[in-house]
Ligand binder design. Structure first.
Ligand code: SF4
Length: 382
C-alpha cells in the first residue's frame, strides 16, 4: 500500500537508521538470562539472523551489566539495553550497546528526591558520550503516577502521551535529539489512539510501535496487526516489535510476524478487518525476557488460554506476567492477573491480591475467580 510516511527525523542505532523514510526496522528482545553471556549472544545472533535490525537486552543488576561486554564481543547485531529503575547501570553498559531504552514511569520511582530532569540528563550525557541513541519507552501499565493523577481515571491515553511529551521536552532542552518514542498498551485501540495523539503533537519524532503483552500467537499477532495496520495507514511507525509469548527457541517468530505484517501492508493485503473488541475475552501475556524466574510461565500462559476457551464472549481481561519486576503493576488493570515468581504464582483480582499458589495448583483457583466474577456481574445486572 502506498502511504506516505510522516517525515520523522533520522535516528541512527548502530549501523541501522530509523525515521526519515528509511525502511521500518523490526526489533525483538532476548529472553535468556543476560548474565549468561554465551546463551544471550547466541540468541542475539539468532534474532539478528532472522531479520531483527535491533535486539534488546534487559539489564537489572551489576551481574547483567558485567555480561554486556562479552555479549557485544560475541555477536554482530545492533544492541539496545532495557533499563528498569536502576538507570545508573547505563554508565556501565552504554559503551557496549547502540541504544538505551528507559521507561519514564520507572525513572520516576528511583531516587524520588532527585528531579526527573537530572536523571534524564544523566542518561542523555552517557548516551551522547557513548554514541548511543535513546528510546523514551512509555507503557500503559507503568505510567508516571504524577501523570495518571492529572487525568480522569477512565482516561488511559492522556497520561501516556503527556509523559512522553514531557520527556521529549526535557531531552530537547538538554540538546539531545537522537531519540525515538514508544507508547505501548496491551490494547490495540489504545496503542492506535496514543500514537496518533503523540504524532499529532510531535510528528518529527520517530515512533517505535508495539502492542505490549499481546500474548500467544495467533491472538497476539492479530492484536498487533490491528494496531500496526491502522497506524501504518496514517503514515505512523518507524520501527516495530511484535511482543509474543513464545518459548525461547521460537523467539524468531516475533520477527517473522513483524516482517509478514510489513510485507502484507506494502502489498495492500490489509487483513485486520476485525476491530479489537474490549467486550470479549482478552488474555494478555508478556513476551518474557531475562527477568523470567520460572520457564513454566510460558506453559502457564498456554494453559490459561485453554482454561478459558469456553468464555470467548465474556468481557474479561486476564493478564499473565512473567516476573515480579513488572508483574505486580502490569496486572493492575486486568480483571484477573497472574504474575509469576520462582515457585509461586500470585493471583490478583483487579488490584487486590487473592493469594499465591504453586504452579500446579493455580488453574482451579483462577477458574473459581473467573466464575465468581461472572456471577457477580450477573447479580449486579439484575
Ligand atoms: S513482565 Fe517481566 S518477564 Fe515479562 S516481559 Fe515484562 S519484564 Fe520481562
Amino acid at each position: 500500500m502506498n502511504v506516505k510516511r510522516k517525515p520523522t527525523r533520522a535516528v541512527s542505532i548502530g549501523r541501522t537508521i530509523i525515521g526519515d523514510g528509511h525502511p521500518v526496522v523490526v526489533q525483538s528482545m532476548c529472553t535468556t538470562h543476560t548474565r549468561n553471556a554465551e546463551e544471550t549472544a547466541q540468541q542475539v545472533t539468532q534474532l539478528s539472523n532472522a531479520g531483527a535490525g535491533v535486539v534488546r537486552i534487559a539489564v537489572d543488576n551489576k551481574r547483567d551489566a558485567a555480561a554486556l561486554e562479552a555479549i557485544r564481543d560475541n555477536c554482530d547485531a545492533n544492541l539496545s539495553v532495557d533499563l528498569q529503575e536502576n538507570y545508573r547501570l547505563a554508565a556501565v553498559v552504554a559503551k557496549h550497546v547502540d541504544k538505551i531504552r528507559y521507561n519514564p514511569g520507572h525513572l520516576y520511582h528511583h531516587e524520588r528526591s532527585k528531579p526527573v530532569e537530572d536523571k534524564v540528563r544523566f542518561l542523555a550525557d552517557i548516551a551522547a558520550a557513548n554514541d548511543c541513541a535513546m528510546r523514551v519507552g512509555v507503557n500503559s501499565g507503568s505510567v508516571d503516577p504524577a501523570k495518571v493523577d492529572q487525568f480522569d481515571a477512565n482516561d488511559a491515553i492522556s497520561p501516556m502521551v503527556t509523559s512522553a511529551l514531557e520527556h521529549c521536552e526535557i531531552l530537547d532542552k538538554i540538546g539531545f535529539f537522537r531519540y525515538c518514542v514508544s507508547l505501548k498498551s496491551s490494547r490495540p485501540d489504545r496503542v492506535i489512539e496514543a500514537n496518533k495523539m503523540f504524532a499529532a503533537e510531535r510528528p518529527e519524532i520517530p515512533l517505535h510501535l508495539g502492542v505490549t503483552e499481546a500474548g500467544m500467537p495467533p491472538d497476539g499477532i492479530i492484536k498487533t496487526r490491528i494496531a500496526f495496520e491502522q497506524l501504518f495507514a496514517e503514515g505512523i511507525g518507524d520501527t516495530i516489535r511484535v511482543s509474543l509469548t513464545l518459548p525461547q527457541a521460537e523467539k524468531h517468530r516475533e520477527i517473522d510476524a513483524g516482517i509478514e505484517i510489513l510485507k502484507d501492508f506494502a502489498a495492500g493485503r490489509v487483513r485486520s478487518v476485525v476491530r479489537f473488541d474490549p467486550d470479549r475475552l482478552n488474555i494478555i501475556s508478556c513476551p518474557s525476557c531475562s527477568r523470567v524466574e520460572n520457564e513454566a510461565f510460558i506453559d502457564l500462559a498456554r494453559e490459561v488460554k485453554e482454561l478459558t476457551e469456553d468464555l470467548k464472549d465474556e468481557a474479561i481481561t486476564i493478564a499473565v506476567m512473567g516476573c515480579r519486576v513488572n508483574g505486580p503493576g502490569e496486572t493492575d488493570d486486568a480483571d484477573l492477573g497472574l504474575w509469576c515468581g520462582p515457585n509461586f504464582v500470585n493471583l490478583k483480582k483487579g488490584e487486590q491480591k487473592v493469594g499465591a499458589f504453586r504452579y500446579h495448583e493455580i488453574l482451579p483457583h483462577l477458574r473459581a475467580q473467573i466464575d465468581e466474577l461472572i456471577e457477580e456481574r450477573k447479580t449486579s445486572a439484575n
